[in-house]
Every structure is written in structure tokens, then in C-alpha cells.
Design a protein around this ligand. Structure first.
Ligand SMILES: C[S@@+](CC[C@H](N)C(=O)[O-])C[C@H]1O[C@@H](n2cnc3c(N)ncnc32)[C@H](O)[C@@H]1O
Length: 351
């Protein structure tokens, strides 16, 4: 298997930062983020794809180093390990959608395909991953092949705003912590509506602000901005906006609720970022691991072993992690907004 373990840590860092000039890419990221924050919603929609593509060029190897093959959180029950809770979180969607052999399913924003492989393996359905980031698509393809799942999976490198799929050809769709990258969520749901078969289902987990978020509280605003910039997002929104984007674009909303309260209080969703034990894997994801990585990368950047900008990328990830933990503790944000919807019958035309 072509896993991270076969690459040295230095090799991983070099590949992460050389894929794209880190310095200019991280500068572009900041400028783009600030511009989006100041721009109207329509403009955010247009630029969100570029923001995601650039962001995941900068961070994908580091994500894989910390999180393995899945880039999402999950609901962890008492005594449950992180990895098994994440697999269960993925399979909850597969079960809810009733996936089975013969079905063709979309994984919108599939990352490097960890969830797609689990779901294809568990259900026998054929899972098509959609992803705007070419590096992630290549990595997912490599891992699918290594897992012997080439036949059960497929990958489409595209912006989900222009899905290159014929109308009414897909049996079901899911999205795990990905649709928060859409600048115009309504337009995305119209695309999904177009490709889904009649009365087909979509399920997913969304990132959103909770009712505890107060736009006049400077600490809440700071954490929101840190999550957006550190995760390459256009703009976080509320549950009401997400529900409206689903309902207003050809779907009947069956359920929409925050699963964060289902987490065992001792293992909230953000615990891996805060520090969850002392195994080497747990340390990599944690606040302390971030500090250590930043020190190491700064030294390697200083001695020109890593290119300029490498340290800024690690700072971006630390901004993201620290902001997520603070917002999670304050209860102003959740990455676990579960939604379940069905394509509505009728003459709604999603084109
Ligand atoms: C946080 S990652 C989640 C990855 C995956 N669902 C998982 O759980 O491992 C978000 C994903 O959405 C993808 N994405 C963001 N914007 C996109 C767009 N406009 N079109 C297609 N994919 C997009 C990113 O490239 C990335 O793979």
C-alpha cells in the first residue's frame, strides 16, 4: 500500500511545499480570503473553487500526515476510539441512504477518498468521488488502486458547480464536511438536483455557526474568521441558511440537526485537535504537535531546506485548529450538522 509511512517526514514536507510555490500561494490565499470577506455573496460563489483548489494544494500532505485518509470529524461515544468513530460516522450515511450493489453514488468533495473506500467496501455500491483539487484526485486514485477498489470507485476532477454528468443518472449523493466550501450553496444544490434520479436522496454533514454565535461578540467573530481563513472557506453560515439552500433548490428536507450533542462529553468532536492522548498519531493532530511542527518547519525554512512560505502554511493550519477548538468549546460552531433530503417531484428545473 502506498501509505504515508513509506515517505520520510522530510520528504513529505518537501513534497507538500514544493507542489506549489508555498510563499506565493499562501499570500494569494490570505489576499483572496480578505477579498471574499468583503465581497458580495455572488462573487464569493465564483471564487470559492479557486480558493479550495489552492488551499488543498498547500495542506493535503499535512492533513494526511495528521488525519490519515479521512479529513473530517465525528460523533464519538463513550470508550470509542477515534478511528472507529469516524468509520461509523461515514457508514451512518451509507446506511441512511440505503446504499447497495448496483447503485451509483456521488461523494461530493471526496478528499483523498478515505470515506469513499469504506462506503464502497461496506455496501458494494459504486462511489464516484467529485473533487476540484487535482493532487487529491491523484492521491485518491493511487489509494483506491492500492486498496483493490478501482472497479468499485471512480473519480471526477471538476468543480461541483459544473458536474460533467448527465441528468438523472445518479442514485444517491453524500457530502462529508465539504459543501461548506461552496460559495453559492443554492447553485450547488441545483447541480445535485439535476444529476440525481427522481426522488433520490442526499445526506451529509455540514459546517455551520450555531444559535450561540453572536455576530457582535468579538471573540466569536475572531474564531469564525480563524476557521474560515484557516480552512480555506468562503463564509460560514447558519443552519437556517443551509436549510433554505436545500429546500429552495428542489429538495424536500427530511431532517437537519446538529449531532454535536450526541458526542460523549469526555470526547467532544474537537478533542483530537486539543490533544487526545500521547500516541504519536494523536500528538500530530494536537495543539502541541502543531507547535512542534511549526518550530521544525521554521528551522528548515531558515536553512533553506524548505521553501519560503512553509512556516506560513503551518501557521494557517494552527489558526484553523486553535479556532475550531475555541469555537467548539464556546458552542458557537459545529462541523456535525446532519442533513437528509430527497429530490422533490414536480417540474423544478435545476439547470
Ligand atoms: C474537508 S475536505 C473533506 C474531504 C472528504 N469528504 C473527507 O471527509 O475526507 C473538503 C473537500 O471538498 C473539496 N472541494 C472544495 N470545493 C470544491 C468544489 N468547488 N468542487 C469539488 N470539490 C470541492 C476539496 O477539494 C476537499 O476534497
Amino acid at each position: 500500500m502506498i501509505g504515508m509511512r513509506q515517505r520520510s517526514f522530510l520528504g513529505l514536507l518537501k513534497s507538500n511545499f514544493r507542489r506549489r510555490g508555498a510563499e506565493s500561494a499562501v499570500r494569494w490565499h490570505r489576499a483572496q480570503y480578505l477579498e471574499q470577506r468583503a465581497s458580495a455573496a455572488d462573487d464569493q460563489g465564483r471564487e470559492a473553487g479557486r480558493l479550495s483548489r489552492n488551499y488543498y494544494d498547500l495542506v493535503t500532505d499535512l492533513y494526511e500526515y495528521g488525519w490519515g485518509e479521512k479529513f473530517h470529524f465525528g460523533v464519538r461515544r463513550r470508550g470509542e476510539g477515534l478511528e472507529s468513530s469516524l468509520v461509523r460516522h461515514e457508514l451512518r450515511l451509507a446506511e441512511g441512504l440505503g446504499l447497495k450493489p448496483g447503485m451509483q453514488v456521488l461523494d461530493l468533495g471526496c478528499g483523498i477518498g478515505g470515506p469513499m473506500r469504506n462506503i464502497a467496501r461496506a455496501t458494494g455500491a459504486r462511489v464516484l468521488g467529485v473533487n476540484i483539487n487535482g493532487y487529491q484526485v491523484r492521491r485518491a486514485r493511487e489509494l483506491n488502486r492500492a486498496a483493490g477498489l478501482e472497479g468499485e470507485t471512480g473519480l471526477i476532477e471538476c468543480d461541483w458547480m459544473q458536474l460533467p454528468l448527465a441528468a438523472e443518472t445518479i442514485d444517491a449523493a453524500y457530502a462529508i464536511e465539504a459543501t461548506c466550501h461552496a460559495g453559492d450553496r443554492g447553485a450547488l444544490f441545483r447541480q445535485i438536483h439535476r444529476v440525481l434520479k427522481r426522488r433520490a436522496y442526499i445526506m451529509g454533514y455540514e459546517w455551520c455557526l450555531t444559535e450561540n454565535y453572536d455576530p457582535y461578540n468579538p471573540l466569536h467573530c475572531r474564531d469564525r474568521a480563524g476557521i474560515e481563513e484557516g480552512s480555506g472557506l468562503p463564509s460560514l453560515t447558519t443552519r437556517q441558511d443551509i436549510e433554505q439552500a436545500i429546500r429552495g433548490n428542489g429538495f424536500e428536507l427530511i431532517e437537519c440537526r446538529d449531532l454535536a450533542p450526541e458526542c460523549d462529553p469526555e470526547t467532544p468532536w474537537y478533542l483530537p485537535l486539543k490533544g487526545d492522548g500521547f500516541s504519536s498519531q494523536a500528538l500530530k493532530r494536537s495543539h502541541l504537535g502543531g507547535i512542534a511542527l511549526q518550530g521544525m518547519v521554521a528551522a528548515l525554512e531558515h536553512t533553506r531546506i524548505l521553501p519560503h512560505g512553509a512556516g506560513a502554511v503551518v501557521r494557517l493550519l494552527r489558526l484553523c485548529g486553535d479556532s475550531l477548538v475555541r469555537a467548539g468549546e464556546a458552542g458557537t460552531f459545529t462541523p456535525l450538522l446532519f442533513f437528509h433530503a430527497r429530490k422533490r417531484d414536480g417540474d423544478f428545473n435545476g439547470d
